[in-house]
Design a protein around this ligand. Structure first.
Ligand code: NAP
Length: 460
């Protein structure tokens, strides 16, 4: 870690300027402050830039300044709102260690009182800090590799904490080595064994991975590692094929794991082990993304975004979901958000009824699909996967203009999608769901927004 550029992010009043100066002194490095660079560029104080040109112009100048920051090992202190812009996060993350300085809102309000900076909301100071911090919390969490709470610590104590991180890296050496050995005992490819050997001997690579059982078939490591390479993030993504999500999570933080994609059969069973679960994930009842920071685990669901986003502008009113498992729950949530009137049809009707009751949908057997004449059909069963040549609905429902969304993505052109195309339907392949959920997951776990077209190209 010691030979990386260091970027300090967080709300003003959390100690960025003071700690930057102390770190420069301890590490014998130079430093810069993005707000000062903007002031130099504009020839005005930040407050004047806001009042004369408005926040929009300030953010444009900030993006320009951050994009052109030198890449050498300096200490960079950023403005409080800088990482709200994912373009800035991508620039800042290059070969850097991202440190999120945090503090209690009351402490921040006291520290910044009398700074002369304009209020962002016109509210009393502590109330303003509390509400702005709440809005920014997810951006700070996503953009940071490590969080340092400066509320009760002196600047020297915070610097010691940061220096310890620079020396020892993420996690504890023994825990990290044990967990990597456990991964090496799974059926991972030979090349991955060698990469993990290298990572074991280093303390400056942040670990991510897919947790499932089985999960060795997953293509996610290939895509994530290419993205880390392109964004020059000192990180590696591997396969965690582990039987028990609780046991794994207990070790993950100490081993310096920063983020997880979660797949079958752990999406539901992992929930009781998490520190916090986002509202959408708990409504769906499944977590496919876990961010780990400061010993805490935060659960998200990005599968529903993978259904919601490709349906932008799709139109139609009546939707049918085939299947009633975890994927169907994410689809039901997404269709509810899009305002469809939804029917959940499943081989085991009782399961469909239970799921429908949670989302204000109707339920029934798969045979009901013919009489419903839906505008949208979403297959969430594995029918059509691999060499399976079956189609989950009767061909008669595939009428011209009907939209057909297949969750199955291996192969990309499933028997259902081929039949639908032949009959004049619009089709949305499961690869689109995969791409959109991955883009959202990458944003949550790194703060960087990857264009979906880019992931699409990587998959072709
Ligand atoms: P799940 O919880 O196991 O649910 C599977 C559902 O499919 C159940 O309702 C099950 O019916 C039904 N089903 C299974 N085999 C069937 C068969 N032979 N005939 C009729 N119905 C059958 O699985 P899941 O997590 O929802 O995942 C479902 C599929 O979505 C998987 O193929 C997965 O790979 C895919 N997926 C894709 C993406 C993506 O990014 N494209 C993301 C997530 C999931 P019963 O209730 O009667 O057992």
């Amino acid at each position: 870690m010691a030979d990386r550029r260091i970027v300090l992010i967080g709300y003003r009043g959390t100690g960025k300027t003071t700690l930057s100066a102390l770190l420069q002194e301890r590490l014998g490095r130079t430093g810069t402050d993005t707000d000062h660079l903007i002031e130099e560029k504009a020839g005005r104080a930040i407050a004047d830039i806001f009042s004369e040109y408005g926040e929009q112009r300030f953010r444009e100048m900030e993006e320009e300044v951050i994009r052109t920051l030198p890449g050498d090992m300096m200490i960079i202190s950023t403005g409080g709102g800088a990482v709200l812009n994912p373009v800035n996060v991508a620039s800042l993350r290059r070969d850097s260690l991202m440190i999120y300085l945090d503090a209690d809102p009351g402490v921040i309000a006291e520290r910044i009182s009398g700074s002369g900076r304009p209020s962002l909301t016109g509210r009393p100071p502590e109330e303003e800090v509390r509400s702005v911090l709440a809005d920014r919390l997810s951006a700070y969490r996503s953009a940071a590799d490590v969080r340092v709470d400066t509320s009760a610590a002196s600047p020297d104590e915070s610097v010691i904490e940061i220096m310890a991180y620079l020396t020892h890296g993420p996690g504890k050496a023994d825990a990290r080595s044990d967990l990597i050995s456990a991964v090496q005992n799974t059926q991972i490819p030979q090349t991955e064994q060698q990469i993990l050997d290298i990572i074991k001997a280093r303390n400056d690579i942040i670990l991510y991975g897919i947790l499932g059982n089985p999960c060795m078939h997953s293509l996610s490591p290939r895509i994530w590692n290419r993205l880390f390479h392109e964004y020059r993030m000192p990180a590696h993504y591997t396969w965690f094929e582990m039987p028990d999500p609780g046991v794994f999570l207990e070790r993950a933080s100490d081993a310096g794991i920063r983020g997880l994609s979660v797949t079958i059969p752990h999406k539901e069973t992992i929930i009781p082990y998490l520190s916090e679960v986002r509202h959408d994930a708990s409504t769906i009842g499944a977590v496919n993304t876990v961010l780990i920071q400061d010993g805490k685990t935060f659960g998200y669901n990005t599968d529903w975004k993978g259904v919601y986003r490709p349906l932008e502008g799709a139109g139609g009113e009546k939707a049918v979901i085939i299947g009633a498992g975890g994927g169907a729950a994410a689809a039901a949530y997404a269709l509810d958000m899009r305002g469809y009137s939804t029917y959940i049809l499943n081989r085991t009707v009782e399961r469909a009824e239970n799921l429908a009751a949670r989302f204000g949908a109707e339920a029934g057997p798969v045979s009901l699909v013919e009489s419903l004449r839906p505008d949208l059909i979403v297959n969430t069963t594995p029918i059509g996967m691999g060499n399976d040549s079956r189609i989950p609905v009767p061909l008669s429902v595939l009428k011209p203009g009907v939209r057909v969304f297949d969750f199955v993505y291996t192969p990309a052109d499933t028997p259902l999608l081929r039949a639908a195309l032949e009959r004049g339907c619009f089709v949305i392949p499961g690869t689109e769901m995969f791409i959109h959920q991955l883009a959202e997951q990458f944003k949550i776990l790194t703060g960087i927004e990857v264009p979906t077209n880019h992931i699409r190209e990587m998959m072709s």
